[in-house]
Design a protein around this ligand. Structure first.
Ligand code: TXA
Ligand code: MG
Length: 288
């Protein structure tokens, strides 16, 4: 779908399988959290908790190239794959009637990263999208060339200050006219920056990867047919489907994390979406 910044590869944010299809089409090796696109502030408030400052930013810049990273609301409908299991969600209201028309017809938030294969230039026309992704997507809504041509400015207002996570079409000065001085991104905070996002989902439980069995009291998170004698506590995909596994990943880890101190995870093949699943599991298994 067209937006005022770049074309987005959109899917129903509430449908884990649809979100997995975005990663598959982009060939994105990591499940970075995606921006969820909504029609207006009312729809956004179902997904996230807005402070009064966040509301001021939305009132001033939406619709427009501002993405807000905010705490997820209990009423949020987005799949955990869209938010990569984080407690926060990135939201924006695009300034493009084709985009907001599409979202309001679907009636659900649309997750949409830029509609380019990983590591290629972001598309600013339907022709770019056709050339880059035409083979792997269903439909291109041609809204003409985009006006901003640069991905949205990402802002995270927190109790510790307001952080600029990604510079974009809205300048620092424009943001600061609402928020006052932005907080400096010191080294620790820099890991919040898009692309270097280390602030990933980390379970409390210990994760044991490439497991072929489970110790007593340990959960077994399966993939495909379980090894002989093992009864998986949960299975990412009994039929060994990587898109289904991606869709289930964060939700199942959350469920097991709430009742087990250790989780054994079956081997995930290192192909297609498996690369992203393995990336996330490896990060979740690393102890900091
Ligand atoms: O202009 C845009 O923002 C375009 C158009 C299509 O709307 N979309 C876009 O999406 O650039 P994407 O997925 O390429 O960029 C999303 C960025 C990621 O780099 C990610 O790190 C950051 O937003 N992000 C998403 N959710 C986040 C969260 N909960 N916390 C921190 N960063 C987040
Ligand atoms: Mg991008």
């Amino acid at each position: 779908m067209p937006t005022e910044t770049v074309y987005g590869l959109a899917a129903d944010a509430t449908n884990g399988l649809a979100v997995a299809a975005i990663y598959a089409a982009k060939g994105r090796p990591q499940f970075n959290p995606l921006i969820c696109h909504v029609t207006d502030l009312a729809m956004a408030e179902k997904e996230a908790r807005f402070s009064s400052l966040a509301r001021d930013l939305a009132a001033r810049f939406w619709p427009g190239p501002l993405t807000l990273v905010l705490p997820r609301a209990p009423t949020s409908s987005a799949s955990e794959l869209a938010t990569a299991g984080l407690e926060t969600i990135a939201l924006r209201v695009p300034k493009n009637p084709a985009a907001t028309g599409l979202i309001s017809r679907v009636g659900r938030p649309l997750a949409a990263p830029s509609a380019n294969p990983s590591e290629r230039l972001s598309p600013t026309s339907a022709d770019h999208v056709e050339a880059l992704l035409g083979m792997s997507i269903d439909l291109i809504l041609d809204g003409g060339p985009t006006s901003a041509g640069l991905e949205s400015t990402i802002i995270m207002p927190t109790h510790e200050g307001v952080f600029l996570l990604r510079p974009g079409p809205l300048s620092r000065a424009e943001i600061e006219s609402v928020t006052g001085p932005l907080a400096a991104l010191h080294n620790d905070a820099a890991i919040l920056a898009p692309g270097m996002l280390k602030r990933h989902y980390a379970p409390r439980a210990r994760l044991r990867l490439e497991a072929v069995d489970a110790a007593p009291g340990e959960a077994f998170l399966g993939f495909g047919e379980p090894p002989g004698g093992v009864v998986p506590t949960l299975n990412l995909s009994l039929r060994g489907d990587l898109a289904e596994a991606a869709a289930n990943l964060f939700a199942m880890l959350h469920r097991l994390d709430s009742s087990y101190a250790s989780i054994a995870v079956a081997r995930i093949p290192n192909e297609g979406l498996g690369e992203g699943i393995r990336d996330r599991l490896t990060r979740a298994a690393a102890r900091f």
